[in-house]
Design a protein around this ligand. Structure first.
Ligand code: ASP
Length: 327
């Protein structure tokens, strides 16, 4: 049997509240070891080791916690007697953590993130089955060198493309921009149907580096009539800025002028869109100029992570564009 390490970080999967209810509960209050007791079949899938790393609502995740998690995953993955890793995590920011790990962990062994939409004390809690499938996925040879993946409701998603698209159903995740999921599961059986082409894990230049902290990158949301002054404050605090624009990554002329001024001061500006299925090219469609970067098919929040990592190496626009294209 394969050896799988489960690293617990908190979230609704470890949440508890009034028996049977799906609301008014507290995330990260139940030990994952206790949830595992409700999945006795796990013992038939793999030998399990548990690490309780932290117990937080995933809205408490930050760059330092990502770095801590990355280090623990790298340590565990380097062990000859470990075949795969499962991370339990809150669903609110799981897509950010997953993408950060996808870019920075230095292993081709399976790393599977999962969580739950219902607390452990709810009727038909989804956590136990997700953990069961996540362990089966981490123990399967097909998951080797797939990058970091997420498992929810029998569907296997790449960390790059997964997004939470629903906040009241168990089936809460999807792959945006018509990107396919990587596959699906039938109980413990794994069916990988496509593999990621974007760079990840051992193929990512960011997995070879050490970080004690990350550069500051802010996110600015444009809306009709949004005052450009908010950019000034962000520009003072940040080395980079991701703008969530409209349509194909658009904003007003007042924003354009303020962003130009920030770019001249050395702030790297990345354009993205509030449209959930969108491609934002380097050159704006309506106002062609070439000193900002387009996210392509990344979401704004993932673009922020990639930009932070890029800025540890360079602030050259052409070089960062190349990276955005490949990652
Ligand atoms: N607020 C919770 C969290 O992200 C939600 C969840 O896990 O579903 O930790």
């Amino acid at each position: 049997m394969k050896n799988i390490v489960i690293i617990a970080t908190g979230g609704t999967i470890a949440g508890s509240g009034e028996a049977g209810r799906t609301t008014e509960y507290r995330a990260g209050t139940v030990a994952v070891a206790d949830i595992l007791k409700s999945v006795p079949q796990l013992g038939k899938l793999a030998n399990i080791e548990m690490i309780s790393l932290m117990s937080v609502d995933s809205n408490e995740m930050d760059e330092q916690k990502w770095l801590q998690l990355r280090e623990v995953i790298n340590q565990q993955a380097a062990r000859d007697d470990v075949d795969g890793i499962v991370v339990t995590h809150g669903t609110d920011t799981i897509e950010e953590t997953a993408y950060f790990l996808n870019l920075t962990v230095n292993t081709a062994k399976p790393v599977v993130l999962t969580g739950a939409m219902r607390p452990a004390t709810a009727t038909s809690a989804d956590g136990p089955f997700n953990i069961y499938q996540a362990v089966a996925l981490a123990a399967d040879d097909q998951t080797y060198d797939c990058g970091v993946v997420c498992l929810f409701s029998s569907t296997i998603y790449s960390a790059r493309d997964i997004a939470k698209i629903n906040n009241y159903k168990i089936d809460a995740f999807s792959s945006l921009n018509d990107h396919a999921a990587l596959g699906y599961m039938r109980d413990a059986e794994v069916f990988i149907t496509s593999r990621p082409v974007s760079k990840h894990t051992i193929h990512s230049k960011f997995s070879q580096l050490e970080y004690s902290a990350l550069p500051k990158v802010g996110v600015a949301v444009y809306y009709a009539g949004a005052p450009a002054e908010v950019l000034e404050r962000l520009g003072q605090d940040c080395d980079g800025l991701v703008v969530i624009g409209t349509g194909s990554g658009n904003y007003s002329q007042a924003w354009r002028q303020k962003l130009d001024a920030l770019a001249e001061r050395g702030v790297v500006v990345v354009r993205s869109s509030r449209v959930s299925n969108s491609i934002v090219f380097d050159e704006p469609i309506f106002d062609p100029h070439d000193h900002f970067i387009g996210v392509n098919t990344l979401t704004s929040y993932k673009a922020r992570i990639l930009l932070m990592l890029c800025l540890t190496q360079t602030n050259d626009i052409a070089a960062i564009r190349q990276t955005f294209f490949k990652y």
